[in-house]
Design a protein around this ligand. Structure first.
Ligand code: NAI
Length: 399
């Protein structure tokens, strides 16, 4: 029977989904595991579910022989040695899209609050001032929202923005299909000059480091606001601080920072602390109950599809094969070193046994090849052993 271990208080939606898919041997533990406890647990586990605190290093993975799949019930996968897992034929799944809507909703809320000057009014009310003026407070209706990075989150922000009456333009380095009435701008500069609200949804990394430099921030209208819920390094924080202090920008909302505390005990340090026209949130754009529930369901579904059909679509470290229902009597999953002749030798073995292959799906990624073979017959044990003992084979099983 397939044994599944879920660590680190993974959402109940994961267990519910796995049970609905027929998996019954599910062990849940509230914390992360390390060292011997982790190694002992993995020794008799087929699938493990973790969040960010369990580290599946090459050393730990080397000791496993039964483990078949890893589910990261979160977005990041840095806590797993992805190469070591792939080299052992173990796909790793995560949930990259489960919190898209949560981030998009926060951005719309921030746009509305900033244009109404609520952060200042809220701060002043807390200090005892009754600032009942309409000056500088605006509706978002008919304002232009400029989205930088029109990917999963950016595009969803655009749709929500139109539903409250904003006009939407976007800039992306790739050509993107505009949704609703959004329109692409010819350049980043054009977007910055026109938009009343600029929101950043680009990936992190070298290519977007300090994308919003002093010069770029200076292109924005003095009445405009800047929102960053992407990655902290995308905005040059000192330049933003200067622009806000000199009233060359009306306000900002930041959920991500170049340096973020590693835990709740560390102090959050930023030059933007104490500015009344800035909303600061502790990287919680995607942190909602709904997102956690979605993550539970999304990763559990990927694990279940892998175990039942060998599907590796959306695996982060592995050749991706789409979901194809198993219709033939036998399905062989074969992970092998990506080198010439492996498939030819395997197919020759099937032919020599008089077995007809009804479907075969192959994909490679780097040094790894993965093939699913459907045969409409019972595969003799001796033939399976022969195929599995082929020197290039990393992992081979019948489902
Ligand atoms: P995505 O990959 O779907 O979209 C990113 C888009 O940015 C792509 O369309 C890409 O072509 C575009 N892009 C890349 N470089 C660009 C550049 N220099 N200028 C303009 N466009 C550029 O990513 P997704 O899922 O929409 O995530 C966006 C960001 O949000 C990421 O940085 C992610 O880490 C962050 N995020 C933040 C969360 C939070 O809690 N605040 C939660 C989830 C994601």
């Amino acid at each position: 029977m397939t044994k599944i271990v879920l660590l680190e208080k993974i959402h109940a939606s994961a267990v519910a989904h796995l049970k609905s898919e027929g998996f019954t041997d599910i062990v849940q533990l509230p914390t992360a595991l390390t060292g011997k406890d982790l190694a002992d647990t993995l020794a008799d586990t087929d699938m493990i579910g973790i969040r960010s605190a369990t580290h599946l290093t090459a050393d730990i993975l080397e000791k496993t022989s039964r483990l078949r799949a890893i589910g990261c019930f979160c977005i990041g996968t840095n806590q797993v040695d992805l190469g070591a897992a792939a080299a052992r034929g173990i796909p790793v799944f995560n949930a990259p899209f489960s919190n898209t809507r949560s981030v998009a909703e926060l951005v719309i809320a921030q746009a509305i609050l900033l244009l109404r000057r609520i952060p200042e009014k809220n701060a002043r009310a807390h200090r005892g001032h009754w600032d009942k003026s309409a000056v500088g407070s605006n509706e978002v209706r008919n304002k232009l929202l400029g989205i930088i990075g029109y990917g999963n989150i950016g595009a969803q922000v655009g749709i929500l923005a139109e539903s409250v009456g904003m006009r939407v333009c976007y800039y992306d380095v790739e050509s993107k299909l505009p949704l609703g009435n959004a329109r692409p701008t010819a350049s980043l500069e054009e977007l910055l000059e026109l938009a009343d609200i600029v929101t950043l949804h680009v990936p992190g990394g070298n290519a977007t480091e300090n994308l919003m430099t002093r010069d770029k921030i200076n292109l924005m209208k003095p009445s405009a606001v800047l929102i960053n819920a992407s990655r902290g390094g995308v905005v040059e924080i000192d330049a933003l601080h200067e622009a806000l202090m000199e009233k060359r920008l009306a306000g900002a909302a930041l959920d991500v920072f170049p340096v973020e505390p590693r835990n709740e005990k560390e102090e959050f340090v930023s030059p933007l602390r104490g500015l009344d026209n800035v909303i600061l949130t502790p990287h919680i754009g995607g942190s909602t109950e709904e997102a956690q529930e979605n993550i539970g369901r999304e990763v559990a579904d990927k694990l279940a599809r892998f175990m039942k059909a060998g599907t590796t679509r959306w695996a982060v470290n592995f050749p991706e094969l789409p979901h194809v229902e198993k219709e033939a009597r036998s399905r062989v999953l074969n992970v092998h070193r990506n080198e010439p002749g492996v498939i030819a030798r395997m197919n020759a073995d099937f032919a020599a046994a008089g077995l007809n292959i009804v479907a075969q799906h192959l994909q490679t990624k780097g040094a790894i090849g993965y093939v699913i073979t459907d045969v409409d017959a019972v595969i003799p044990k001796s033939l399976l052993q022969k195929i599995c003992k082929e020197p290039a084979t990393i992992r081979c099983e019948l489902i």
